[in-house]
Design a protein around this ligand. Sequence first.
Ligand code: UDX
Ligand code: UDX
Length: 486
Amino acid sequence: MASAKICCIGAGYVGGPTCSVIAKMCPHVTVTIVDINDKRIAAWNSDELPIYEPQLDDIVKSQRGKNLFFSTDIDKEINDADFIFISVNTPTKTYGVGKGMAADLKYVEACARRIAAVAKSDKIVIEKSTVPVKAAASIQRILSSNMNLDINFQVLSNPEFLAEGTAIQDLIHPDRVLIGGEDSEAGRAAIQKLVDVYANWVPREKIITMNTWSSELSKLAANAFLAQRISSINAMSAVCEATGADVNEVARAIGMDSRIGDKFLKASVGFGGSCFQKDVLNLVYLCECLNLPKVAQYWQQVIEINNYQRKRFASGIIGCLFNTVAGKRITIFGFAFKKDTGDTRESSSIYVAKYLLDEGAKLSICDPKVSRRQIVSDLSHPTIASEETVAELVTTETDPYKACKESHAIAVCTEWDAFKTLDYKRIFDCMLKPAFIFDGRGILDHAELTSIGFQVEAIGKTVSQGTVFTHNNGNNILSPTSRVLP
Ligand code: UDX
Ligand code: UDX
């Protein structure tokens, strides 16, 4: 392993942290992360990394220039490498067959074609990106088109399970590392070589190997199960609001059953992030293609409940504000899809903002890590709001106190710790009355807020008026189409 070289194609949220940790844990391995985006690579080589992830800065700064490099010279790094990780994005298709559901593999295919075109020696090519089942077979076929018949390409599946915000800890202490490969002598040898890399820091019993298809499907299954848990507790939150039960108490009660477990039971304004929706839709599409319509419908419901949760939250806000928010200032606390990340992909805040903008609300958006540029760009998407609407109705504020000045309501959409410790008396004093707080994350002290004078409404719980999110059922807001989100 002394001279092993890794090239990672795709310097994004997955490729960057994953390969930085490999460099940290394997000082004898040289890791180079390449990307077609030269600005991104320049940022990785600067003091201001292109993504925010706790502990990432320290790792990059300690390894960069030693055994960790960032480059745009993709062909050279492909050629030099023993292992090539493909970590490019695999978004939901926005065109053609499978539009709105299937994963778009054009970037993965482009990587495979590049490798086939330039490789001059044996390579182990590793799917890090989440791909549909059997993608490895397609990659293998493209690689086989390399004119040099003496080169041996082995394709492995090694899906990533890191969650943003805890990526570094997830990578250093993974629950498991999954490696799938071909059941042949060359396949087993390639699997073993990758096992040896991870075994530098991951206990052997946590490195599991299997056939490629099981590995590819396991990644989709893991994300589908996690997303399903959130939709299950969110579905339960609606029942709680309608009955006077408290979803946090229900989550605690069921979570103590060791068969259920207590993680991923936090009711919310809906899950976001680049993976859950994309991967569940990908699974639904796979089931449809396999002529398993009942199974497809089952998983589709996970997405339906997520859309429903976002809509009924926004709808509850409108209902409470006397059925009109036109011209009213509403403060959105949090724009990232979860705390401790600056990532906004598929964030529920975008959809809540959309529904409120559709009703003419003025939004004051405050997030500790998301830039104004990002917020404006997300909201100005053709499926969300026009540029004119955003220019007219959206302001952004880094100071939460200024963000709340003369607002009618605060909607908590991201569970940033910073929102828990604000001086809410000071905030109350500068808001219009009655002052509302809608806690879409269940993070605030509702009793204290009520005693200050706020009207408090929380997902899955009756605080001030009760059933506000449920009695509208989201019906006073136009539904997005059943599959493709607005
Ligand atoms: C990853 C996975 O790859 C995806 O399959 C998973 O489901 C979510 O996480 P992520 O790292 O979040 O994607 O994507 P992103 O941050 O967009 O990074 C991808 C990078 O690949 C970008 O920097 C892009 O410039 C680069 N890229 C894309 C290439 O270098 N070459 C290409 O051909 C395409
Ligand atoms: C997820 C998976 O956890 C990870 O294993 C996979 O590799 C990529 O997708 P990520 O999207 O980064 O990771 O974040 P995650 O922590 O899973 O949260 C996803 C969304 O679910 C967030 O919007 C989060 O706020 C929400 N969530 C999570 C809830 O609403 N309730 C919960 O109990 C947990």
